[in-house]
Design a binder for this molecule. Structure first.
Ligand code: KG4
Ligand code: ZN
Length: 382
């Protein structure tokens, strides 16, 4: 089955075409296999605004969607006017509604344009399910080219070999959630953030340190430099809710604690040489990343134990973070639990995750008439 996935929930315009076959995972090795025929992401730059402006992002999606689609179809060696595609999957939420609607309208137009006798069916996909499903894939065979075009030579990419129950840890710009999966696509929220999402905290702290948006990769680089130069820090940040007897998170206080440090050091730093300022930022970045990691690892491990989980599926933009990954890798290994995460370049939003999740909906014939598609900015998984 050939599935086209369209993603426009935030500032990335992503489209991918996959060819997939086989059954959904039910524990152990599944018969599911897929091949990426084309995958293109156009990441908008919102650095000058310090965040995403929905109406600016929407305008960019409208401009980018036809160009991204054309690239994908050319890569897939498909006809641009009438490609051989079985179904279209599109993100309907959660995300920024003006942005979600651009993807939906585009999918509706394509369904009309490409339908000969029958209307091409459309699959509404939850963005967070996309992150989960992509992280379950063992996509080692994919190559990355300079166009962010990832193709595999054969229909050989497949699912990781793991058993349920699994735990999904979703960490992105808008979400921080722990979700128990007793079986594939059966979701139960067990914890979430009470205020800021982890990615949001990275972005806000980056802004306090006058670093560009998105802040996650910037903080991560500074923190890594601090670790490499063995720079120790006497700045101490809190580990919010780490020892509370629940699976919820809170990151707003961490950002406020950084603000206090910046304010107290600010006046003196203004007159200090550049190298001292860089050192200050590196130390704060490292302590902030350590604090976030400590909380995420501690709470996840506790949930692994409590629910007898065999695998942790980590997804969302923040799962690209090297330090968070390596800490999870070590700690989960020691607990006899698998860590499933996609290659970092797939952690942020893309069309591939939507196409993959869409395939499993298509197997169950979960289609919607194009005119009935609705965007829902706060869509939940269950
Ligand atoms: O999943 P995603 O692309 O979009 C949402 O659905 O939100 O995640 C974007 C978030 C941003 O907050 C960004 O700062 C963060 O992921 N991010 C990172 C890293 N790369 C992206 N955070 C920490 N470390 C990174 N390496
Ligand atoms: Zn996302």
């Amino acid at each position: 089955m050939k599935v086209l996935g369209i993603e426009t929930s935030a500032d990335d315009t992503g489209i991918a075409l996959i060819e997939a076959e086989g059954d959904p995972p039910a524990g152990g090795r599944s018969s599911f296999k897929f091949k990426v025929l084309g995958n293109v992401v156009n990441s908008q730059s919102h650095a000058e605004y310090g965040g995403i402006y929905p109406n600016v992002a929407k305008r960019e999606h409208i401009k980018n969607l036809p160009l991204v689609l054309e690239k994908v179809l050319l890569l897939a060696k498909e006809s641009v006017s009438r490609p051989n595609i079985d179904t279209i999957a599109v993100t309907v939420g959660p995300g920024l509604e003006p942005c979600l609607w651009t993807g939906i309208s585009f999918a509706q137009e394509l369904s009309k344009k490409w339908s000969a006798s029958r209307r091409m069916p459309i699959i509404p996909v939850n963005h967070m399910e996309g992150h989960i499903v992509l992280s379950m894939m063992e996509i080692s065979g994919l190559r990355k080219s300079r166009y962010r075009d990832l193709r595999s030579p054969d229909i050989g990419e497949r699912l990781h070999n793991f058993e349920f129950p699994a735990l999904a840890l979703l960490i992105s710009g808008g979400h921080t959630e722990l979700i128990l999966m007793k079986e594939f696509r059966r979701y139960q929220y067990i914890g979430r953030t009470r205020d800021d999402a982890v990615g949001e905290a990275f972005d806000k702290v980056a802004r306090l340190l006058e670093l560009p948006y998105p802040g996650g990769p910037e903080i991560s680089q500074l923190a890594e430099r601090a670790r490499q130069s063995e720079m120790t820090s006497h700045y101490k940040l809190p580990r919010p809710m780490m020892h509370e007897d629940n699976f919820d998170f809170s990151f707003a206080g961490l950002k406020t604690a950084v603000l206090r440090l910046v304010e107290s050091k600010g006046p003196t730093l203004k007159d200090t040489p550049r190298s001292d300022l860089d050192e200050f930022k590196m130390k704060i970045a490292r302590e902030f990343e350590d604090a976030v990691t400590d909380v995420l690892v501690e709470k996840t491990l506790r949930a692994v134990e409590e629910f007898g989980v065999n695998a942790v599926i980590m997804g969302g933009g923040v799962s690209a973070n090297k330090h968070i990954r390596s800490e999870f890798d070590q700690k989960l290994k020691a607990a006899g639990c698998k860590l499933l995460a996609c290659p970092p370049e797939f952690s942020t939003d893309n069309g591939l995750m939507i196409a993959l999740a869409g395939y499993f909906h298509a197997l169950k014939k979960e289609f919607v008439a194009p005119e009935n598609l609705v965007a829902n900015g706060s869509l939940e998984l269950c």
